[in-house]
Structures are given as structure tokens and as C-alpha cells.
Ligand binder design. Sequence first.
Ligand code: ZN
Length: 178
Amino acid sequence: MPYVCEIGTGQTLYLDNQGTQTLVTLSSSSAGQQQQASSGYQTGTWNTSPQVYRTSQGVIIKITTEQGEYNLLIQGSSMMMTPERLSLENSQPLQPLPVEKMPVNSMPPMKPMQPMKPMQPLKMGNMEMNLNKMEMKMGDMELKMGSPSANIRNFCSQCGAKVNSNDRFCGNCGHALN
Ligand SMILES: [Zn+2]
């Protein structure tokens, strides 16, 4: 169950526990602009609902999970998860309220890197690009790299310098090739 909490200065804090991740979304509106920042932290499953406190150093969220206690400090628009227990001296508890769901347009938190899947050929109109073999088709034009026919080296019949198979003139002596 996600929680929402108004933390003042036009900022709304959303907290959710998905699996073993704590998702934090900070939504702020200032000068008519809506801004959102989201982070995901590996905390484990919550034992209780999160506690939110306003303190002189910022807003502190305490999350208690099966793995222990986590402290999240929000200062302005930046948030920081810290393993140390933050002091709640002179703090003012805020009441997070259960909410139906997290804000819709929030960015999903970064997931651990997945192994790269083989790229599918990209198609745009008559342009096709295959990043596996590095070949590209644009209308009638076709470009291939890494295929056996590419990069065959020939030699200039005039001076013997190395030339590419698709060169029209020798780069060394200027002899017209083929
Ligand atoms: Zn030559």
C-alpha cells in the first residue's frame, strides 16, 4: 500500500514498498511547474508503515523492515538513504496517509542491468538498420560492415599500394582502379 505525505514547501512525498524495494517519489510544484524525482532503495519488506518527521535538517523517513531500520533524508529536492540513525530531536511527526497508488507519471526506478538482448533490426520507412551485423539499407543504398565481402584489401596495379575494394582511385598514386 503506497503512502502519501505532504512535507510542506509544496512538496508531496510518495512512499511505496514493492517487493523488497522502497520506492520514493518526491513531487514538487513551484512556480506552476510540476517536478518529480523518484528513487528505489533495496530495503526489504516493510514491517510497519513508514514514519515521516520534519526536522531542522530536512524531512526524515524511517522505514522498518525485516532487514532493520532505514533512514531517508530529504533536503530540498534531493534524497539520501543513510544507514545511520538520524536524530529526531525537535522533530515534528507528519502523518503519511495510505493512497490508492503512486503518481502515474513517475519514472520507474532504475532496475539492475539486464543482459543485453540481441537488437532487433530497426525499421523506419525504407530505412532499415541491423546493429548486429552493422548493415544499413536506405532505399537502394546498402551499407554493410563486418560481412565477409567488406574490407577486402586490393592493391593498386600501378604502384602496389593498398587500396580498398570500393576505392575508385589509388590513394597513393591516383591511378584509376577498375
Ligand atoms: Zn597506385
